[in-house]
Design a protein around this ligand. Structure first.
Ligand code: AMP
Length: 370
């Protein structure tokens, strides 16, 4: 019996919405998913075997080590958990890649080594690093914790050198990276998958709009002129970092068209959710295939499409669910999480045969999700 026909098992460290959507993509391929996740209400629990235990739990890791491969859905998994798995089961992406991508300073250094540009930056590890730091990166900057930041958390804007010390105090005086503020024309992202054998596949170039540091909206239009540059940068980084699995690069596009890498997520990404409904292979299926070492192909959508995130709302701002369900081309995806203002609870994908229809439907959709 061929390897594909024999039902495989994929382990995932983490059981949030990304694991839920990975599991939903794995099922039709005959792949069962096991997630290791301490949260009893984990979104993936409805469609995967859920081991409810800490990420470092010996019995939980033992169960994962029996899978055909292990992947992850967030970068802050303890490296000790990966160390316990490596050598027993293919871990994709590997700890060596995670060590780079989970630490902003190491990530930037490794991006430069791979030939990809970033915003100018300075390391703030001790008090001695503060004097003159802003000057070295530009007139304005943003101080970010080197680790554990996401969705704009762990970040403080710095408008003058005198603001830097208080900003560092606000972040707990932990190791930080001071980035020069980039006056970007737009933010875009692109996924890349790679097998251990070196086969590569790319997602399409997606444009992203943030609101208060959190992704609000993503749009994919076929034929973006910046796509070739993004693919080339993604290829360089994937090959230099010996990627096995899937990662997503977030870019700032400068007014002249040059792309700088903002950050790298070693996994599927919120901006790629629109691949679920845009036709073709989704980013989730691409990560499943790459983790299992199966044949890949590009996972750009076939049609113009968009995604709007649904965050936990404040009183009077609840999305209009009935109207969303009635909107032509819209598909609702919910994660089964408890409501909390600002929390990512779901998203709506929108797909259309042409760009004009996409924009028209998107303006309607945006009114339904305040
Ligand atoms: P991050 O969590 O680092 O991706 O930051 C969240 C968002 O803040 C980004 O998507 C940008 O919209 C904005 N941002 C972060 N760093 C910078 C920067 N150096 N220059 C301009 N905007 C930034």
């Amino acid at each position: 019996m061929s390897a594909l026909f024999r039902a495989g098992t994929l382990g995932i460290l983490g059981g949030g919405q990304l694991a839920q959507m990975l599991a939903l993509a794995a099922l039709p391929l005959g792949v069962r998913v096991v997630v290791l996740e301490p949260d009893p209400q984990a979104p993936a629990r409805g469609c995967a075997e859920h081991i409810q235990a800490p990420y470092t739990d010996a019995a939980g890791l033992e169960r994962l080590s029996q899978c055909d491969a292990v992947t992850l859905e967030f970068e802050n998994v303890p490296l000790s958990a990966l160390a316990q798995l490596e050598g027993r089961v293919p871990v994709r992406p590997a700890a060596s890649l995670l060590v780079r991508s989970k630490h902003r300073a190491r990530e930037k250094e490794a991006l430069h080594e791979a030939g990809a540009g970033t915003a100018p930056y300075a390391l703030i590890n001790t008090e001695a690093d503060l004097p003159g730091a802003l000057e070295r990166v530009g007139r304005h900057g943003v101080l970010k914790t080197a680790e554990l930041g996401y969705d704009g958390k762990g970040q403080v804007r710095v408008a003058a050198q005198a603001d830097l010390d208080p900003a560092w105090t606000e972040l707990g005086r932990v190791p930080c990276v001071l980035e020069g503020w980039v006056h970007f024309a737009r933010e875009v992202s692109l996924g890349v998958a790679r097998t251990a054998g070196g086969e590569l596949a790319f997602g399409g170039l997606i444009e992203n709009v943030h609101r208060a540091g959190v992704l609000r909206l993503s749009v994919y239009l076929p034929g973006d002129p910046a796509e070739a540059q993004a693919r080339e940068l993604a290829r360089r980084v994937a090959e230099r970092w010996q990627l096995e699995g899937l990662m997503t690069l977030e870019f700032f596009e400068l007014p002249g068209g040059e792309l700088l890498v903002n950050e790298v997520a070693p996994r599927v990404h919120n901006s790629g959710h629109l691949t679920q409904d845009g036709g073709g292979v989704s980013q989730f299926e691409a990560q499943v295939r790459a983790a299992l070492g199966w044949p890949l192909h590009d996972f750009a959508p076939k049609l113009p499409c968009a995604m709007v995130n649904i965050l936990g709302w404040v009183e009077g701002q609840e999305p209009d669910w009935q109207a969303i369900l009635k909107l032509e081309g819209a598909r609702l995806h919910l994660y089964g999480k408890a409501h909390k203002p600002g929390r990512k609870l779901g998203h709506v994908n929108l797909v259309a045969h042409d760009e004009a229809t996409l924009w028209a439907q998107l303006s309607r959709l945006e009114m339904l999700i305040p």
